[in-house]
Design a binder for this molecule. Structure first.
Ligand code: ARG
Length: 469
């Protein structure tokens, strides 16, 4: 079966029969890459300038092409959508330029190929995406700081192996989710830098045979370097892999935050109460307020990981140069970035409307969480840590036997556990004191948390790529 109508193709000349409908259906990428039109137009304009500077088109021709491209841009901005037969965005713009400028449009494709075009356009899109992600992450980070401030002086249990471990400031827990995002932003800044290497001028694979100035193209398009090898340039999708890795890890980070919040919002924990704008009800159980946004954020980590895996699997074992497999890069790229740009504001909104139940958090602090402090107490009296650990262990067993808190055991139990336990040990069972002893940078003591909040506030003042400090 072949297509009846002859479509606008960039490659039809050597074929005597129209391509099969089934091939066109599979090959057509306009549904995915249409959104690249602003970037394709930008690079096309820069290419027209480069062609005229190299004397390949004259100034009149350049003007006709530029005016034509402006008209195409205006039509697209006004909402023109692809035609059924448009193979991809590059072909579509070429068709529209022919409609606007006539035959002269054909001269624009001199010395370039869709292979260097698509990589250039995708890089331009990716650099902007890094900026958008950065912005969206910073909004969430600000919400985290606001929430940390709201619970700066509240204590809660920290958990290892999901078992109560030691008391911490609730702000310290909140900000434990801030720094992973800060690392995500640093990684995105690196990706944006790595992506700003210009492939245009590489042609289909061997480089352009026309004396266009790649330096001029680089400058006009805002790239910071030129690709060194045309074969590599047209087949290089490292930048897609890099942003997908960043996004996949971002998804992982958001999933961990979401999981903490979902868990802390359960009746069993009761540390947080969800708001109403980012939760949903149940069609059957009237009492329910479900944290759907957070659950979807938790799930998004799976999808972004899938996109990264799909891209790496596509690249593995691919012959050098351009291969059509690479067309699928954009499906993964757009899918993952779009998803994160949906998820980030929803997580920021969910977190922003959460309120903390300070009493529930504080009352979850049991005396056994000060076991390490009790061992430290003995160490302070000259006991080895090993011996102290053993003594506190026996005290814990005693508490379990009597089914009571350590505070309620009475002085004898302490002196039986170790003769160096004095009356002052009772202070060491105070969670606030436990927390205040952990004043090293990065610790949970009030002063350390204060510096952490200040460092966090400073960190989010710099946008992507702007040097810190
Ligand atoms: N739509 C293609 C892509 O996204 C453009 C490059 C086509 N190149 C080619 N030689 N057919 O990768």
């Amino acid at each position: 079966m072949t297509e009846e109508r002859q479509s606008h193709k960039l490659w039809g000349g050597r074929f005597s029969v129209p391509s099969a409908v089934a091939l066109d259906a599979l090959n057509r990428s306009i549904g995915t890459d249409f959104r690249l039109w602003p970037y394709d137009l930008r690079l096309s304009k820069a290419w027209a300038v480069a062609l005229s500077q190299a004397g390949i088109i004259n100034i009149d021709e350049r003007q006709l092409i530029e005016t034509g491209l402006d008209k195409v841009a205006a039509r697209l901005a006004a909402g023109t959508t692809p035609e059924q037969a448009d193979e991809d965005v590059h072909t579509m713009i070429d068709r529209m330029l022919h409609e606007e400028a006539g035959d002269i449009a054909s001269k624009l494709h001199t010395g370039r190929s869709r292979n260097d075009q698509v990589s250039t356009a995708t890089r331009l899109w990716t650099i902007e995406a890094c900026g958008e992600l950065d912005l969206s992450i910073r909004v969430l980070q600000q919400v985290m700081i606001d929430q940390a401030l709201a619970v700066e002086h509240v204590l809660m249990p920290s958990y290892t192996h999901m078992q109560r471990a030691q008391p911490v400031s609730a702000a310290h827990w909140m900000l434990s989710h801030f720094w992973p995002l800060e690392r995500d932003r640093a990684r995105l800044a690196v990706v944006a830098r790595n992506t700003a290497m210009l492939p245009l001028g590489s042609g289909a694979i061997a480089g352009s045979a026309y004396p266009v100035s790649r330096a001029l193209l680089q400058e006009n398009l805002g790239f910071t370097s030129l690709s060194q090898n045309s074969i590599d340039a047209v087949g290089d999708r490292d930048f897609v892999a890099e942003i997908l890795f960043c996004v996949a890890l971002l998804g992982v980070h958001l999933s961990r935050l979401a999981e903490d919040l979902i868990m802390y919002g359960s009746s069993e924990f009761g540390f947080v109460r969800f708001g109403e704008a980012f939760t949903t009800g149940s069609s059957m159980m009237p009492q329910k307020r479900n944290p759907d946004a957070l659950e979807l954020a938790r799930a998004s980590g799976a999808r972004t990981l899938g996109d990264l895996t799909a891209l790496l699997a596509t690249l593995k074992g691919l012959p050098s140069g351009y291969n059509k497999d690479l067309q699928d890069d954009k499906r993964a790229l757009f899918g993952a970035v779009d998803l994160m740009l949906l998820v980030l504001p929803a997580v920021a909104g969910s977190l922003g409307e959460i309120s903390f139940d300070k009493d529930r958090m504080q009352s979850a602090l049991s005396s056994t969480m000060m076991a390490t402090d009790l061992a430290d107490y003995l160490v302070g009296k000259g006991v080895s840590f090993r011996e102290a650990h053993e003594a506190v262990g026996s005290l814990i067993r005693e508490g379990e036997r009597n089914d009571c808190e350590l505070n309620d055991l009475g002085g004898d139990a302490f002196s039986t556990a170790h003769p160096l336990f004095g009356d002052d040990v009772i202070d060491w069972l105070d969670p606030a004191q436990s927390v205040s002893r952990r004043g090293l940078p990065g610790g949970t003591a009030p002063a350390a948390v204060r510096s952490q909040i200040e460092a966090a506030l400073l960190a989010i003042q710099s946008a992507l790529g702007v040097s810190r400090g």
